[in-house]
Design a binder for this molecule. Structure first.
Ligand code: ARG
Length: 460
């Protein structure tokens, strides 16, 4: 069967090897719905502008809807010789309608068509990612509400640093994933520009109405330059970059919970339903879900790399290289969505080992910085206070005791400005109470943040 795009200029048929090599239908078939919607809007515009008759338009629309049904009922044959989803649908339409079907591709090229379809697919898929991200935030928020009274050690350089409320820790992830949602919103806005009507490269001499198609397909605006419109895939890069950051955020969190669920940390119990066993060591309960989330992030970053390299050095305008954008971008979206689907219930069902955490909480001098700030409030210069507290910590380490167990005289021998009130700020519980700055782990600040997130997430 000769493909409808093969014009009379060809004296011979396509080599079967070339057909196999160049097909994209095996993966771009997932654009079918968007392709059909785009074609219907295009046909209606052609009819309104007198380029096809209203009767032809009706037949085309009906034919396309029937094809959609055939695809959804599994009755549509996706054949490599039809190259891609655009040709496959058009060929089927021609098979059904004959010459009427042959009119659909008026004032259109696959170059503007594929970019339009992909933009519509991305727009829809971003909505799904956004709703998964909001569910993820809700899971962290729920954990935050349950850990308002739990004190955790916060780490820098993976060394014990200062105490924080469990809720403060959880809300850190609400912030990260919120920026991800904002990033996707910005990507979606730049993505929502209509290429259809720019033709193969230079536009068309036929009287078309791009604004009508734009409105009908829900785009915000039409692309202003036909050379640019069909040549670029920066909207694909934007999407993959946003997906990569979500992948990285998930990966960092996964790594943390893998560590925290070890016997060594023992902070956390992961739900067994998301863990797997070892084929040899019967005692193992492995955090494979988190490891895969961490691992899959690298796939997404790899896709971003492929896409950047794909676009590099392409001259204007459309080049067939661009077909290679689909496998990485589809997989990047699928991968992040699957990670989010797993992360939500895993977070919801994880349990904190409160006793184990609190047993070790007074180790590691989490209150040392609070002691330094206590001295600053007494008028000691920061550098002097920093050095003095270091000396006090050293003394405490030598007697293997927490700061609050040191006798006052011993602390006073290092810093004369200390008095009995020092015991009001020592120990992690007191230390937490001392925090007061905006965005800190102080109880009031964290309570406010929980309320604000509740409010925000209820609205979205
Ligand atoms: N399958 C192609 C792609 O994904 C569609 C556009 C093909 N255009 C062309 N002139 N061969 O990029």
């Amino acid at each position: 069967m000769s493909t409808p795009s093969r014009s009379g200029v060809f004296g011979s048929a396509t080599d079967p090897k070339m057909l196999q090599f160049s097909e994209s239908i095996s993966y771009d078939q997932r654009l079918y719905k968007h392709d059909i919607n785009g074609s219907i809007a295009h046909a209606q515009m052609l009819a309104k502008n007198g380029l096809i008759s209203p009767a032809d338009c009706q037949q085309i629309e009906q034919g396309l809807l029937t094809i959609r049904q055939e695809i959804e009922q599994g009755q549509f044959a996706f054949l490599a010789e039809q190259e891609d989803i655009h040709m496959a649908i058009e060929s089927r339409l021609i098979e059904k309608l004959g010459d009427v079907g042959r009119k659909l591709h008026t004032a259109r090229s696959r170059n503007d068509q594929v970019s339009t379809d992909l933009r519509m697919w991305i727009r829809e898929t971003i909505q799904n990612i956004d709703s998964l991200l909001s569910r993820l935030q809700a899971a962290f928020l729920k954990q935050a509400e349950q850990t308002e009274d739990l004190i955790l050690p916060a780490y820098t350089h993976l060394q014990r640093a200062q105490p924080v409320l469990g809720a403060h820790y959880m809300l850190a992830y609400c912030e990260k994933f919120n920026r991800d949602r904002q990033r996707f919103e910005e990507v979606s806005k730049r993505n929502n520009v209509l290429p259809l009507g720019t033709g193969a490269v230079a536009g068309t001499s036929l009287p078309i109405d791009r604004e009508m198609v734009c409105q009908q397909l829900g785009f915000e605006t039409v692309s202003a330059n036909s050379l640019d419109a069909s040549s670029d895939r920066d909207f694909v890069l934007d999407s993959c970059y946003a997906l990569s950051i979500t992948g990285l955020h998930l990966s960092g969190w996964a790594e943390e919970w893998i560590l925290w669920s070890t016997v060594e940390f023992n902070f956390l119990q992961l739900p067994e339903s998301f863990c797997t066993c070892s084929s040899m060591m019967p005692q193992k309960i492995n955090p494979d879900a988190l490891e895969l989330i961490r691992g899959k992030a690298s796939r997404v970053v790899g896709h971003l790399n492929s896409l950047l390299t794909l676009i590099k050095g392409l001259p204007l305008a459309y080049n067939r290289d661009l077909q290679e954008d689909k496998i990485p971008i589809f997989d990047a979206f699928d991968t992040v969505a699957s990670c989010l689907e797993i992360a939500v219930p895993l977070i919801e069902q994880s349990l904190w080992n409160r006793e184990a955490i609190s047993q070790n909480l007074e180790q590691g001098y989490l209150d040392a910085t609070t002691l330094m700030e206590h001295l600053i409030l007494k008028g000691v210069p920061q550098r002097t206070a920093h050095h003095a507290v270091g000396t006090i910590v050293r003394k405490a380490m030598e007697s293997n005791a927490p700061l609050r167990d040191l006798p006052l005289q011993e602390m006073q021998s290092v810093c004369g400005s200390l008095d009995e009130s020092v015991y009001d700020i020592l120990g992690t519980e007191n230390s937490i109470r001392a925090f007061s700055s905006l965005g800190s782990t102080g109880r009031v600040q964290v309570k406010d943040q929980i309320a604000s997130w509740k409010n925000q997430l209820n609205k979205s």
